[in-house]
Design a binder for this molecule. Structure first.
Ligand code: ADP
Ligand code: MG
Length: 360
């Protein structure tokens, strides 16, 4: 592997154990432009999210369309600045980095898009597309032209493209081949993390598993981490180690993928599982739609944001915002009336000291 942005030092010393990426209290509000913008409440695309992405791991974000998944992904790659909160890379806040450090940091986190056709410049041949990020990087790292060409051929091989295809243009390729190009381009700078926003949603079912298998293979080879954004539970269940279920800008349930899908605590997660036509994690999914419409992200419901569509909602859900509580082993959910019993937190009762008369 080539160089990484050096593990930064802080006042507390080197952050050897800091995760690759850490987010705390991240928000992103969009204000509709125009004369009356002040009178229109902003869209709360991301409304307070904490997230850790350890090196080499896959974190999946699931939720319906409009829940803020893509916005969160764009914040992680640095395509958007959060309205509030912190984004850290190896423990160092992006906002406090120098320009030069931020540029180096950008090489470490790359993006793969849902529709590579829209993301790839139609006027460039494949070798130009793949080498583009290298040119920017080579400029600093002194990678010569011949070195770049060798690297492009190597990348093409890694993603299963023939070198003879490198002079082609995006429109001459199939959807699966285009996504391979997208992957080669994302890999060019030897990133530590690839944010993959619905990477297989636009592909034929038969091609999906090829691309997912390739992504898994590259992960093992390069110790890559993925942030996999998808509305498709089966993809995330297959691919992710950790999952966060997102609803109207917030995480309602997080935890190890297997556990979260086998034993969902939140009614929204349950509803997502039920909406999948095939079984997930051995659960008999019912193929039923989630009732009601997604509320406006500029006027989310009070208390629990899911309460307007929740079969278990009670008065308390409108009054009190539920916080994430532990359901064991890194499994957390924010629900006042969960589907399973939460863990009892903290020491329940102080240990009883035997009274003087009770001894011996
Ligand atoms: P998802 O990827 O889960 O479908 P998005 O992150 O695309 O969700 O969108 C979350 C919310 O933010 C939606 O209500 C969407 O309309 C809004 N939104 C996203 N991008 C913008 C933008 N650039 N300007 C205004 N609103 C936006
Ligand atoms: Mg999206």
């Amino acid at each position: 592997m080539t160089e990484r942005a050096g593990a930064p030092q802080t006042a507390e010393g080197p952050l050897a154990e800091a995760p690759l990426v850490g987010l705390s209290g991240v928000t992103k509000y969009y204000r509709a432009g125009g004369l009356w913008s002040r009178s229109v409440p902003p869209v709360q695309a991301v409304a307070g999210v904490d997230l850790t992405i350890p090196a080499g791991s896959t974190v999946g974000i699931v939720g319906e369309s409009g829940c803020g998944k893509s916005t969160l992904g764009r914040i992680v790659v640095g395509l958007e600045r959060p309205t509030g909160g912190e984004v850290r890379l190896h423990g160092t806040q992006l906002a406090t980095m120098s320009r030069a450090d931020r540029r180096t940091a950008r090489y470490e986190v790359q993006m793969m898009f849902q529709d590579p056709y829209a993301a790839l410049n139609p006027r460039l041949s494949l070798d130009r597309i793949i080498s583009e990020p290298l040119q920017a990087k080579g400029h600093r790292a002194g990678l010569a032209r011949s070195g770049r060409q060798a690297r492009v051929r190597q990348l093409a091989g890694e993603v299963g493209l023939a070198t003879s295809q490198l002079d082609r243009y995006p429109h001459e390729l199939s959807g699966g081949q285009r996504q391979r190009v997208g992957l080669a381009r994302a890999l060019a700078t030897s990133p530590a993390l690839i944010v993959a926003d619905e990477p297989v949603s636009a592909l034929d079912v038969s091609v999906r598993s090829q691309i997912l298998n390739l992504m898994a293979e590259l992960q093992r080879e390069h110790q890559l981490a993925y942030l996999m954004v998808s509305h498709d539970l089966t993809v995330v269940h297959y691919f992710a180690d950790q999952v966060a279920v997102m609803y109207l800008g917030t995480f309602v349930e997080t935890g190890p993928a297997e556990e979260l899908f086998r034993r969902p605590a939140h009614h929204y997660t349950r509803a997502l599982i039920d909406a999948v036509p095939e079984p997930v994690a051995g659960q008999t999914a019912r193929g039923t739609a989630i009732r009601g419409e997604l509320p406006s992200a500029s006027a989310p419901p009070s208390g629990c944001r899911f309460r307007t569509r929740c079969p278990a909602a009670q008065d308390r859900c409108a009054e009190e915002v539920p916080v994430l509580r532990s359901f064991g082993d890194g499994h957390r959910a924010a629900c006042h009336f969960p589907l399973i019993e939460p863990m009892v937190e903290g020491p329940a009762e102080p240990p009883v000291e035997p009274g003087p008369g009770e001894r011996g």
